[in-house]
Design a protein around this ligand. Structure first.
Ligand SMILES: Nc1ncnc2c1ncn2[C@@H]1O[C@H](COP(=O)(O)OP(=O)(O)OP(=O)(O)O)[C@@H](O)[C@H]1O
Ligand SMILES: Cc1ncc(C[n+]2csc(CCOP(=O)(O)O)c2C)c(N)n1
Ligand SMILES: [Mg+2]
Ligand SMILES: [Mg+2]
Ligand SMILES: [Mg+2]
Length: 336
């Protein structure tokens, strides 16, 4: 679809995307049919893809540079979950009619900033027009020493369940953007919205857990704590129990929850956290605490993996301070 507000397809690629591939020789200057990569000896290639759709994953009026960075970061979060080090990414853009030149300039500035921050380059992709909402997809690649990638399927009975950072900020940030949570201060609102728009992929943590062999199973929380812990349980043939009082909360989330206890649903099942969830034996508790100190990142034990007999693999029970189950309508995000 011709659009006077932006350059034509190939001009756009040459002017906006090719500079983002200048540091990655494998991209062949974005002038060929495919990128050509040579995996390093002794390393496994780790590959992951996630799409983002306006109105589903971000708001159409979110700042374009932050949309770009979120698109990269949700994919880097999956590499972090494997303990991998990012190498580069492919990007598919389906632009809607609202994408004009200032939007593109901001979008590419966001990409450039995070390419530098995470040491990655653009390898290629595809650019199309869509009559529907703006849709973006990234395929990210990383490497990990052969055979060492963290997996979802390695949890063991009795393992402690740890989570990085704080939970629920992002889901509460989206609520704030939608005009809810009006009782929070401006600063608290800004903090939560930033957590929604700009996830922090826990790459250093994933790598350290992989190198030290500290974690049994790991994944990144995207759908919601309960749903994603369920994925570890399903893959490991176990169930889990979580203590709600242990869930790590930012001051803003803690205040929101104090004002309105039903917000426990956003914290335990709202998703978009992009924190790492991992299991480890009790014996690893001290080294994990030391790692948290070294990385200056909260690493909180929130529950345990248990036998699934009596329930089913992937069952996750959220318990209140008296050990009673908190029943929630949803465990996490599902598109349909
Ligand atoms: N269209 C698809 N084709 C092939 N594999 C898919 C497709 N959709 C999902 N998968 C695979 O299903 C598994 C689970 O995908 P899922 O998207 O739930 O994981 P995730 O990316 O970690 O979570 P999230 O998308 O919430 O960030 C992954 O192995 C993923 O590669
Ligand atoms: C505008 C807006 N509405 C709702 C949400 C919540 N949300 C959408 S997809 C998803 C799971 C991860 O996505 P996927 O599984 O597709 O990778 C979550 C938690 C949002 N981020 N933005
Ligand atoms: Mg996915
Ligand atoms: Mg994931
Ligand atoms: Mg993902």
């Amino acid at each position: 679809m011709a659009n006077a507000k932006r350059p034509g397809e190939f001009e756009l690629i040459r002017r906006y995307f090719a500079p983002l591939a200048a540091g990655t020789p494998a991209a062949l200057g974005l002038g060929d049919d495919a990128a050509i990569l040579s995996p390093r000896a002794g390393q496994d290639l780790v590959v992951t893809a996630d799409a983002l759709v306006a109105g589903i994953h971000f708001l159409p009026d979110d700042p374009p540079d932050q949309i770009a960075r979120k698109m990269l970061r949700v994919n880097l979060s999956d590499l972090a979950a494997k303990g991998a080090t990012p190498l580069g990414y492919l990007m598919t853009c389906a632009f809607d009619g609202r994408v004009d030149e200032p939007w593109l300039a901001s979008f590419c500035a966001g990409l450039a900033a995070d390419q530098t921050a995470f040491g990655i380059g653009l390898l290629g992709g595809d650019t199309v027009a869509t009559p529907g909402p703006l849709t973006l997809s990234v395929t990210a690649m990383g490497e990990v020493p052969a055979g060492r990638a963290l997996r979802r399927n390695a949890a063991q009975t009795g393992d402690l369940v740890f989570v990085s950072g704080t939970l629920g900020d992002s889901a509460l940030g989206l609520k704030r953007l939608r005009g809810k949570l009006a009782a929070l201060s401006a600063e608290e609102g800004i903090f939560l919205i930033d957590r929604y728009r700009l996830p922090q992929p826990r790459l250093k943590l994933g790598r350290a857990l992989m190198e030290a062999g500290l974690a049994k199973a790991a994944l990144d929380i995207s759908d919601g704590l309960l749903a994603d812990l369920g994925h570890i349980g399903e893959q490991s043939n176990l169930a889990a129990k979580i203590e709600s009082a242990r869930l790590p909360l930012s001051p803003a989330a803690a205040r929101a929850l104090q004002d309105d206890p039903v917000l426990i649903a956003e914290i335990a099942a709202g998703g978009d956290d992009y924190e790492l969830l991992f299991t480890a034996p009790s014996s690893a508790q001290a080294p994990i605490a030391a790692l948290g100190q070294r990385l200056d990142l909260r690493l909180t034990p929130i529950g345990r993996m248990i036998e699934s007999a009596g329930s089913h693999p992937g069952a996750v029970r959220l318990l209140d301070e008296k050990g009673r189950e908190i029943a929630l309508e949803r465990r996490g995000w599902q598109h349909f």
